[in-house]
Ligand binder design. Sequence first.
Ligand SMILES: [Zn+2]
Length: 147
Amino acid sequence: MTKQAATTGFTIQLGARARDVLTRLVRAGYPHETCGVLTGVHADGRTEIRGVVEARNLNTERAHDRFELAPDDFVAADATARKAGLDVVGIWHSHPDHPAKPSKTDLERAWEGWSYIIVSVGKDGVKDIRSWRLWNGDFVEEQIDGE
Ligand SMILES: [Zn+2]
């Protein structure tokens, strides 16, 4: 079950440029599930995305509905972020032909304190972008602000 963002007040800032990068990566990867790292800054329950980095999906057997982010890609993204004074603030992945809601597998792997952006994508392009946070063992949706 998911609760509304209003109950927790989490907000994520996803500017037009970051949104464009995310859209491009997700569309290019379709019909496979694509994934990557979100870099940016945290402040007062608010997260600002500055970078959207693609990572390899190591799960090639079920690439349409599972992702396993390549650890070395994560390490590289983390190092690049730190050099720029940023942190890893979350993970993004796509749900080809499925709603932008977290799966049970997504929940099992989630860490508290990170944002999980899920992009629903179909053959005609991106349908929905939603962001989730682990909170007391469950996902709550966080509000996405534009520029
Ligand atoms: Zn998922």
